[in-house]
Design a protein around this ligand. Structure first.
Ligand SMILES: C[S@@+](CC[C@H](N)C(=O)[O-])C[C@H]1O[C@@H](n2cnc3c(N)ncnc32)[C@H](O)[C@@H]1O
Length: 298
């Protein structure tokens, strides 16, 4: 399978994020040890050298450009449709107060829409705002045959600096999905992105989060030369990836007025039968709500 080969030859291992979720139960091992192996812990002292400050600033300045080039190279072919979203996040079905309620969702960092189109197909009574800072990605979303303005609004937005309220009414969204996006944002700017999301979320609304967990296989594969900071790395194509501990994630959200409802590691083994390889994946899957008491900040 082309996608599986890609998993092991490219620096971007994100294709695996989908494939693992579709694996049969016997290929999934839920009891993986989070601790590093002896060989891996020997590597740690070498990893203290970080990418130079100059290069780090350049990467930050060019973050949008690098994602845009990613979509220029891969068009819509890199990520597979994420049909597992409703299965994994039961809330998408159950968070309606009454059956006929039209659910308003924001897919923050939507890429080319792999999350939103399966949802639009599955749920006729849903309206989706979808934003990404790559204009190319947003254009792909708008060109999709299932895109229609009555049910979906895609727009360009840098979550770290553009106010979402320019496109989405304040406190109007029931559910925000943040799927493998926060990891792509510089740790110092994550808080700003959460504040941005907070303002458009209804009181009682929730954020459904899934992203890379600490010590994930992708993290182990990075070389010392790719290290930007603690648990933060750069891929060959200039896109970056952070690996979350559940403690840090809870601190990030709770510090911005969210309440943790669920926050746990998901352990998976990805098996590539053709290559005879088996790798251990660690993801973090979480749910945070905006409490009814909290006010939207100015
Ligand atoms: C791994 S992709 C995930 C895409 C999508 N959520 C999915 O599940 O298929 C990460 C996306 O985050 C977007 N992104 C990264 N930083 C962003 C930012 N500051 N503001 C908005 N989007 C951002 C990238 O352009 C990319 O499309």
């Amino acid at each position: 399978m082309e996608s599986e080969i890609k998993c092991f030859t490219s620096d971007h291992v994100s294709t695996e994020e989908q494939s693992i979720c579709d694996k049969p139960q016997d290929e999934i091992n839920s009891n993986l040890d989070m601790s590093l192996s002896q060989a891996e812990s020997h590597k740690l002292p070498i990893d203290k050298t970080l990418v130079s400050e100059f290069k780090q600033m350049k990467l930050e300045k060019e973050a949008q450009k690098n994602w845009d080039l990613f979509y220029k190279r891969n068009t819509t072919n890199f990520f597979k449709d994420r049909h597992w979203t409703t299965r994994e996040f039961e809330e998408l079905k159950s968070c309606r107060q009454f059956e006929s309620q039209r659910l308003v969702l924001l897919e923050a960092g939507c890429g080319v829409g792999n999350c939103i189109f399966p949802l639009l197909e599955e749920d006729r009574n849903i309206f989706i705002y979808a934003c990404d800072f790559s204009q190319r990605a947003v254009d792909f979303v708008k060109q999709h045959p299932l895109y229609c303005p009555e049910r979906c609004k895609a727009f360009r937005c840098d979550l770290t600096q553009d106010d979402l309220r320019g496109e989405v009414p304040p406190a109007s969204v029931d559910v925000v999905t943040l799927i493998f996006v926060l990891s792509a944002i510089h740790p110092e700017k994550m808080v700003r992105s959460l504040e941005n999301i907070f303002r458009v979320l209804k009181p009682g609304g929730c954020v459904l989060f899934r992203d890379y967990g600490l010590n994930d296989h992708a993290m182990q594969r990075f070389k010392a030369a790719n290290k930007l900071g603690q648990n933060f790395y750069v891929r060959q194509d200039g896109t970056r990836s952070f690996f979350f501990s559940k403690e840090l994630l809870a601190e990030l959200f709770e510090g911005r007025g969210f309440r943790s409802v669920a926050n746990d590691y998901v352990f998976r083994e990805t098996v590539n039968k053709k290559e005879g390889l088996c790798v251990q994946r660690v993801f973090l899957q979480s749910k945070f709500t905006k409490t009814h008491q909290t006010e939207t900040s100015p």
